[in-house]
Ligand binder design. Structure first.
Ligand SMILES: Cc1cc2nc3c(=O)[nH]c(=O)nc-3n(C[C@H](O)[C@H](O)[C@H](O)COP(=O)(O)OP(=O)(O)OC[C@H]3O[C@@H](n4cnc5c(N)ncnc54)[C@H](O)[C@@H]3O)c2cc1C
Length: 583
């Protein structure tokens, strides 16, 4: 039996569910399925805390949201994509309300909004500090209304099938049984999320291993702007658990070991000429993370067993505000640090949070590989440029999840013939993949490299070589170390040969994707000889619009070699200028 659907979505997080609903609504004749390595409600979207940005107040405008996004992204954003994004974001958030999302309210009944880093106006909608949970729950329940949305929960996609230059489906492992199956489709939408697990300290769940980026890259689709990796300035030091930016939006301070609000000593971009909101703690994330490194260098941070830290001080907000607006922050601090932020300081450090880069798409979610679409954090439509503003990612996955769903539906309707007939070229790929998984990984004797050793070294390599600050020599060294790790991965050792929930096999497959994605980050970072947004080169400290007002597109060619191209950034109405942030 061949498993087959018109549109197949890889990923059951916010982007995947939104895309599935869009397909189901668009054309009732189409069959659609979601494959997800975890049960959809366990996707990382569930952990988003702070909120979702969209213009709603009369004193705000779409142009201002667009400008904040573009300037926050250090002029690397595709401006046509940003214009679509800011226009459709309010529509999507309202639609979510109609589907049941309990947005927090003002006493007069209006949707409540809070300030957020880099946004000059208050436009971040929230559901207390559990926005992602409510958003994902709303989408999941809405998806259940459509019987036509089939689900493969706890199936792991290992490869994209490509037939004559067009995507034909995927190969996936059912984790419970270990069976390896082809699932064919006329269109595939990747919604697999980000890849924070490539780094040692991250807010990202253990499942965020860049699988979708690896899948697309191996199939010949280019990855865009991979050198831009966002650090969030306030993670808990050991676990990397996020203390949401909402804590600073509500008035929290960052202080160094002398109790001093050190951000006043740093250039965080030009403060907004219209002093609408907020303090220096709401400067852009990249600048705040860079200021932390400089505090370390000045010896003004606190040493701990998990490296240097600074403190986030919420004490002056008082228990009532903390309990009403930041209950989850209090819960996390109590559970993971055994401290109460009402009375004590929270230890924090920058941790990897988000990938600006990803699979290259246009504003319809299409990639250059025919029939392949992408949306959400795995994709790079390019609304985030060189630095994403907090609370833009949830509306992004709604806007572009829906767009990719509609575009994939229309593509699939135009494809002739049943997707069930598997052509010989595709069958050969399926057999090839079965061999790789069964023989090369599961049944091979003599492997000597433990997965965890390679993984730890990869993470250390990325933090040292491609962290908050990079240089030509740190990146070149990282590139060399990664190619050695790739070589070592060839003799990786698997001890578990069972079929049922073989998590060791899963860890090996995830590591292999992470190594490919890590290499793409390092190579793009090495070639970009300038500093822009989250990409700070100590050897090229200035932004260089002359050479690099361009997105990077990295391809892996059939012979395994890498190629990077630099198409110019799409500029519509906002010529490059200085970065400005709300104050
Ligand atoms: C702690 C935290 C807090 C955040 N807070 C905010 C916030 O307040 N506001 C905001 O705008 N953004 C926030 N973000 C960012 C935002 O939440 C994410 O970028 C977004 O939720 C990603 O959604 P997604 O649908 O693209 O991917 P995810 O929700 O990560 O879902 C990925 C899906 O892909 C599936 N998958 C992956 N690989 C495979 C494979 N090989 N085979 C099968 N399935 C696969 C997974 O099972 C999962 O279902 C936060 C992020 C984190 C980590």
């Amino acid at each position: 039996m061949t498993l087959s659907h018109d549109v197949l979505i890889v990923g059951g997080g916010g982007a995947g569910l939104r895309a599935a609903i869009a397909v189901a609504e668009d054309d009732p004749r189409l069959t659609v399925a979601i494959v997800s390595k975890v049960y959809p409600m366990r996707s990382h979207t569930v952990s988003a805390e702070g909120g979702a940005a969209a213009v709603i107040r009369p004193d705000d405008s779409l142009d201002e949201h667009a400008y904040d996004t573009i300037s926050g992204g250090d002029w690397l954003c595709a401006q046509d994509a940003v214009e679509v994004f800011v226009k459709e974001a309010p529509e999507e958030l309202l639609r979510l309300e109609h589907w049941g999302c309990p947005w927090s309210r003002e006493p007069d009944g209006r949707v409540a909004v809070r300030p957020f880093g880099g946004m000059k106006r208050m436009r971040t909608w929230f559901a207390a500090d559990k926005t992602g949970f409510h958003l994902l729950h709303t989408l999941f329940q809405t998806s259940l209304r459509y019987e036509r949305i089939a689900r493969y929960d706890e199936w792991y996609v290992t490869r994209l099938l490509v037939d004559d230059g067009r995507v034909a489906g995927v190969v996936a492992v059912e984790l419970m049984s270990g069976r390896i199956e082809a699932i064919t489709a006329k269109a595939v939408i990747l919604c697999t999320g980000g890849c924070g697990q490539i780094y040692p300290f991250t807010t990202n769940a253990a499942i965020k291993t860049g699988d979708g980026m690896g899948l697309a890259y191996r199939a010949g689709a280019p990855l865009k702007d991979m050198e831009f990796v966002q650090y969030h300035p306030t993670g808990l030091p050991f676990t990397g658990i996020l203390i949401t930016e909402a804590a600073r939006a509500e008035g929290g301070w960052l202080i160094n070991k002398d109790g001093y609000r050190y951000l006043q000593d740093y250039d965080l971009g030009t403060p907004s000429p219209t002093p609408v909101l907020r303090s220096m703690e709401l400067g852009p994330r990249d600048r705040l993370s860079q200021a932390f490194v400089q505090e370390v260098e000045k010896g003004r941070t606190v040493d701990t067993p998990y490296g240097p830290i600074v403190h986030l001080d919420l004490r002056h907000l008082g228990e009532t505000v903390i309990d009403a607006r930041l209950p989850f922050v209090r819960e996390l601090c109590r559970s993971y640090e055994n401290i109460d932020p009402v009375r004590e300081l929270i230890p924090v450090r920058p941790v990897v949070h988000y990938m600006m880069g990803g699979v290259h798409t246009d504003i319809y979610g299409s990639t250059p590989l025919e029939g392949l679409f992408a949306a959400g954090e795995v994709a790079c439509v390019s609304i985030n440029g060189a630095n994403r503003l907090g609370s833009n990612s949830l509306p992004e996955l709604l806007v572009f999840g829906a767009r990719a769903g509609r575009a994939a539906a229309s593509f699939a309707s135009g494809v002739q013939g049943a997707g069930t007939s598997v052509r010989p070229a595709v069958r050969a790929q399926v057999e090839d993949e079965r061999r790789r998984l069964e023989r090369d990984l599961l049944q091979r004797d003599g492997g000597k490299e433990p997965i965890s050793a390679i993984r730890e070294e990869m993470r250390a390599t990325m933090e040292e070589g491609a962290g908050i600050y990079r240089s030509g020599s740190s990146l070149a060294k990282a590139a060399d170390r990664l190619s050695v790790l790739q070589e070592r991965f060839r003799s990786v050792r698997l001890e578990d040969r069972s079929r049922t929930f073989n998590t060791e096999l899963l860890a090996a497959l995830e590591l292999s994707f992470m190594l490919d994605v890590a290499e793409s980050i390092v190579h793009c970072a090495l070639r970009r000889e300038e500093s822009r947004g989250a990409h700070q080169r100590v050897d090229f400290p200035a932004r260089d619009d002359h050479r690099f007002l361009a997105n990077s597109l990295v391809y892996r060619d059939a012979d395994g070699s890498r190629r990077v191209e630099y198409p110019p950034v799409t500029i519509t109405r906002w010529p490059p200028g200085e970065r400005v942030y709300g104050r």
